[in-house]
Design a binder for this molecule. Structure first.
Ligand SMILES: [Zn+2]
Length: 212
């Protein structure tokens, strides 16, 4: 997997926040802005959604993105496309090498189906998306298929999905350049029941570069 480093350094960032394990984040990124997610301790899944800030119905579409790039996994050069076919952003740097957009986000309902009734009351990404998305008007209807940055979901030769140990490591990052004004909505996944977080959710650092 080709890896691409960014020429930006943290000391020039206008945004520098750490999102705790299992917590969420919402921020508006202006067109042309660069946004980086750093997997601080490795093997963390950062479940992420992008919306056109001027029209949240124009949102990230995994299906249109896969079709646009003719590839299933995301990495440097991947266009992030909306359901209307608009370019929302492009991945411009990636030191991890591969990101999932097929596996979806965890929900209380899927936890119960996959892992049992005792997981019903555990935190899940869907609830975090709703909690943090509300400030931008993002509700149930606006939650589509997301990107799982740093998550390793190999597709098997017969078309199945498996959750596997991550490819990421401490300090690996992915950087995205906004093609228009965007909302970025993140659930730093609280999942404890599969290896997507190494069984132990950890924080991510978010850095941004744009003029304010
Ligand atoms: Zn999750």
């Amino acid at each position: 997997m080709p890896l691409t480093e960014s020429d930006r350094t943290a000391d020039t960032a206008v945004l520098d926040v750490t999102v705790g394990s299992g917590d969420g984040f919402l921020h508006r990124i202006p067109a042309g802005g660069r946004f980086r997610i750093v997997d601080l301790e490795g093997n963390q899944a950062a479940d992420t959604l992008f919306y056109d800030a001027d029209d949240i119905a124009n949102r990230y579409s995994a299906f249109d993105t896969i079709r646009a790039q003719q590839a299933v996994y995301l990495t440097t050069g991947s266009p992030l496309v909306s359901g209307r076919g608009d370019l929302l952003a492009t991945i411009v740097a990636d030191t991890c090498g591969r990101h999932d957009t097929v596996g979806g986000a965890c929900a209380q309902e899927s936890n119960v189906v996959r892992y049992g009734e005792h997981t019903r009351h555990q935190h899940a990404c869907r609830q975090t998306f709703l909690k943090y998305g509300a400030a931008a008007g993002i509700g149930q209807r606006e939650l589509g298929h997301n990107i799982n940055f740093f998550m390793n979901v190999p597709i098997t030769p017969d078309g199945g999905l498996t959750f596997a140990d991550g490819l990421s490591a401490p300090g690996k990052y992915v950087e995205i350049e906004a093609a228009r004004d965007l909302w970025v909505l993140i659930s730093n996944c609280p999942q404890l029941n599969n290896p997507c977080n190494g069984w132990n959710p950890t924080p991510v650092r978010l850095l941004g570069w744009w003029s304010v």
